[in-house]
Ligand binder design. Structure first.
Ligand code: 6BJ
Length: 550
């Protein structure tokens, strides 16, 4: 039986986990009726605790926002025990990984991404929202390298509009504006501009402008606003960064000026696309016609249902058909699929949830409660993403002029064959196999470090040693090592990082030479930069052992 019968009965077939967080996990799934891929945030309401308001806030924001650079919401399903948020699948993964993979981006590529960020953030601000947690981990890429903002769990929509002052400290400290960490009242739009400056710096330099393992030192650096300006930056980008990473929020560049900044327009001749209009709620007669024929319902009735934007199963089908059309496919619904889900939902658009349905077949259930009616609250404290307990080791990357982003592990260890892009991932920690997984080298791979060793057990032992030496709690399942770091903070909030290192095999370049052992790494939870740093330290340590060294 399926672990999530509600999703199954709503026509979703689950695939691998593509993300985890405090809220739960994000799974890749296929919407069988349209064949479109989606990302499903699965949240156990009982486990959400104080994060529940964040989830409701995010759903409420996503329902009212619709922009090409904001991750689309398709459907919300709430049961007694779970909340499922069905969203756009962004196959390009995190912008963070894209930066890491390329070390740093060219000015033109940075500009292309940055213009899309401006477009999305300007739309947000125009609609009265501040994101408040902008960072490369919250920026995803779709298959066409279009950028999509996610994670609106910390957003704010001040009742008095964008001119109102906010007080709640939130977001990631490395991206937090000086006024935010000082705990004084601030404007949501101004803190977003600061975080955008940090993102632009990360794009252009491949490292963060303000970083430290020590939170007090990090805050001191942010409050001073002093950062290294690498020599390769153009005068235009240096000037723009200075205007964005300006400690005084009053002197900081505003979005209206940002849009018209010469560096932003360079090579495009025009400002980024700016709109305050809801961009996805369009009437597409072709998609409506396909649905109308499939369900034998007239188009007007259908549209009157869909245009309520309830984010129910009909809405999902319609929005996914629009997706199909955008990607150049002919608009169609899968004939083999039972139309029950949509059919039922159209006829009973207000079907209510009754308790205990989670384990039954639920057909076309509409969301029971309007989640956006719940008053949002936000966590009161800044979440730390820098672990003072992290063993500090001087590395060459740490000493690099531009800061501390770590150069790719593969390069630093001198290990060979870094493969880009999509790794065929299996579900987290399911490997109980006797032999490590054999990776397909024909596929582009990323997050893999190859070794010169042929004995998986030997590499496993060395990795285990490295984790223990670094005081990282580790557990082994098959050929997967899971590492966990916890650090209790003064405010009792826990900083957590968890990741997996999986031993895999890759065919040797020399055909007669069998396979070599590789290490596949995956962040499960926690801050990306800290994860990268810790992974580097572990592999660096392991690299000193004879079998992994090249
Ligand atoms: C959400 C998360 C939507 O494969 C991947 C794919 C990660 C999709 C992934 C690995 C990778 C790929 C290419 C290059 C480098 N998505 N898609 C939260 N809220 C709304 C939507 C999502 C998450 C996703 C994540 N990465 N690495």
């Amino acid at each position: 039986m399926s672990r999530y019968p509600t999703l199954q009965s709503n026509g979703y077939v689950l695939d691998r986990t593509i993300g985890t967080g405090g809220f739960g996990k994000v799974k890749l799934a296929t919407h069988t009726l349209t064949g479109e891929k989606v990302a499903i945030k699965i949240m156990d309401k009982n486990k959400l605790g104080k994060d529940l308001p964040r989830v409701k806030l995010e759903i409420s924001a996503l329902k009212s926002l619709s922009h090409p650079n904001i991750c689309k919401l398709y459907q919300v399903i709430e049961t007694e025990s779970h909340c499922y948020v069905i969203m756009e699948y962004c196959s390009g993964g995190e912008l963070f990984d894209h930066i890491v993979e390329k070390s740093r981006l060219s000015e033109m590529e940075s500009r292309m991404f940055f213009r899309q960020i401006i477009s999305a953030v300007s739309y947000l601000h125009e609609n009265g929202y501040a994101h408040r947690d902008l960072k490369p981990e919250n920026v995803l890429l779709d298959k066409d390298q279009n950028l999509k903002l996610i994670d609106f769990g910390l957003c704010a929509k001040p009742q008095g509009g964008m001119e109102s002052l906010l007080l709640t400290s939130c977001g990631s400290p490395t991206y937090a504006a000086p006024e935010l960490i000082q705990g004084v009242k601030y404007h949501g739009s101004e803190v977003d501009i600061w975080s955008m400056g940090v993102i632009l710096y990360a794009l252009l330099c491949g490292c963060l402008p303000f970083e430290s393992d020590n939170i007090d030192e990090l805050f001191r650096k942010i409050l001073k606003g002093k950062y290294v300006e690498p020599s390769w930056l153009s005068s235009g980008s240096k000037r723009l960064l200075r205007r964005m990473l300006c400690v005084d929020p009053i002197k900081r560049i505003q979005i209206s000026e940002l849009i018209n900044d010469p560096w932003v327009k360079l090579g495009f001749g025009c400002p980024p696309m700016i709109t305050s209009k809801n961009m996805n709620h369009i009437k597409d007669t072709e998609c409506l016609e396909v649905m109308s024929q499939y369900f034998s319902i007239d188009m007007d009735t259908l549209w009157s249902q869909i245009s309520k934007w309830r984010y129910d199963s009909n809405c999902a089908i319609y929005l996914l058909l629009i997706n199909q059309k955008k990607s150049g496919c002919s608009v169609s619904l899968n004939k083999k699929e039972l139309p029950k889900v949509a059919d039922f939902a159209i006829k009973r658009p207000t079907a209510l949830h009754t308790p205990g349905q989670e384990n039954r077949r639920i057909v076309g259930r509409a969301v029971r409660r309007k989640l956006d009616e719940v008053t949002p609250t936000v966590p009161a404290k800044i979440k730390r993403n820098s672990n003072p307990d992290t063993p500090q080791q001087s590395t060459s990357a740490q000493n690099s002029p531009a800061g501390k982003i770590l150069d790719s592990i593969e390069k630093r260890l001198g290990l060979n064959r870094v493969r880009k892009a999509l790794t065929p991932r299996r579900r987290a920690c399911t490997s109980t196999l006797k032999k490590p997984e054999l990776l397909d080298i024909k596929k582009d791979l990323c997050n893999i470090s190859t070794t010169v060793c042929k004995d998986p057990e030997k590499v496993m032992n060395q990795l285990e040693n490295a984790l223990v030496t670094k005081n990282i709690i580790c557990s082994r399942k098959g050929f997967v090592l899971r590492g966990k770091l916890k650090c209790d903070m003064a405010d009792k909030e826990k900083l957590k990082l968890s990741f997996e290192l999986e031993i895999c095999l890759v065919p040797s370049m020399n055909k007669n030479n069998g396979s070599v052992v590789a290490i596949k790494r995956k962040r499960l939870k926690g801050d990306s930069w800290m994860y990268k740093k810790i992974c580097e330290e572990i592999l660096n340590f392991t690299g000193k052992c004879d079998t992994i060294q090249e």
